[in-house]
Design a binder for this molecule. Structure first.
Ligand SMILES: Nc1ncnc2c1ncn2[C@@H]1O[C@H](COP(=O)(O)OP(=O)(O)OP(=O)(O)O)[C@@H](O)[C@H]1O
Length: 266
């Protein structure tokens, strides 16, 4: 038996009267492998509110990345409907940016050039682009490193560049697929705090896939717990902890135990 803690994401506006920014209705998806049909996602229903930080947690292979790819518009639903801003998602769009596990930077471009890359062709002058890049370099704490190549900075710094590169495009929705999984524990915690401070500042909507219960409790307003074979939603857990959250606190610990128990039973 799990304890449902009440939703109270401090500092975030009430959901009352809002339309969801992302909506998934009865989503089903299968892959065909060597003539065999493999059901991957089954009957997924989900609403994400504007400005919400939602984490998707579940065992390996339950379809977290596949779900994120559908939200990104990289994969089409087999059955059901997936909407962004009330409209069916028909492909990738500038309102939805993805941050992957690997930083996926252009190795031949400097940090500043990587961050500014997506601004080209969008009608900004060279000077405007330079100012925006400087602003985002500053926001992710990399102002002195604009002239470095990706190979000349650490993994954590590369993920900061990857974050800045999408944030500069001001997407309404950030889709993040285990973006900090390759980082050491301390760098990972620093990145979580950086993400939270940027989220507080810009109020974008975040859907964040993770394997890590503590990461989910650190970040999420709500956690979607998935089950596997085929992938489906087992439970949606409201994380009712005030922000900033104390990872050494009793309530934080209790919430982690609850999610670990749910995860064990998937
Ligand atoms: N292109 C594909 N063709 C066939 N099967 C696939 C394809 N992509 C993913 N799968 C299968 O779909 C299932 C879900 O994969 P997915 O990567 O979405 O899971 P996940 O929960 O993100 O896993 P992990 O936590 O290990 O990253 C897995 O069984 C995987 O093998």
């Amino acid at each position: 038996m799990t304890t449902q803690l009440k939703v109270l994401s401090a500092g975030k506006p009430s959901d009352a009267g809002k339309s969801p920014i992302l909506e998934v209705r009865e989503l089903g998806l299968h892959f065909k492998v060597n003539g065999a049909v493999l059901p991957i996602l089954e009957n997924i229903g989900l609403c994400v509110q504007p400005g919400e930080m939602m984490c998707v947690l579940g065992p390996s292979g339950c379809g977290k990345t596949t779900l994120l790819n559908v939200l990104a518009g990289f994969l089409k639903p087999g059955t059901g409907h997936v909407l962004a801003h009330g409209q069916p998602i028909s492909g990738p769009g500038p309102d939805r940016c993805v941050v992957f596990q690997e930083d996926a930077l252009f190795p031949w471009l400097t940090v500043a050039e990587n961050i500014g890359f997506g601004l080209k062709g969008k009608g900004f002058s060279r000077r405007q682009r330079r100012e925006m890049v400087e602003r985002y370099l500053n926001l992710v704490g990399l102002l002195p490193f604009g002239g470095y190549l990706p190979s000349e900075i650490s993994g954590g710094m590369r993920q900061r560049v990857a974050l800045a590169r999408v944030l500069i495009l001001e997407p309404a929705i950030l889709l993040m697929d285990e973006p900090f999984v390759a980082l050491d524990s301390q760098t990972r915690q620093e990145m979580q705090q950086l993400l939270l401070s940027l989220w507080k500042r810009f109020s974008h909507t975040v859907v964040f896939v993770t394997h890590d219960v503590r990461e989910a409790v650190t970040l999420a307003d709500r956690v979607v717990m998935m089950d596997k074979n085929p992938g489906r939603i087992k439970e949606v857990v409201d994380i009712g902890l005030q922000r900033p959250r104390d990872p050494a606190g009793n309530l934080f610990h209790r919430q982690c135990v609850q999610l670990e128990e749910l995860l064990r039973n998937t």
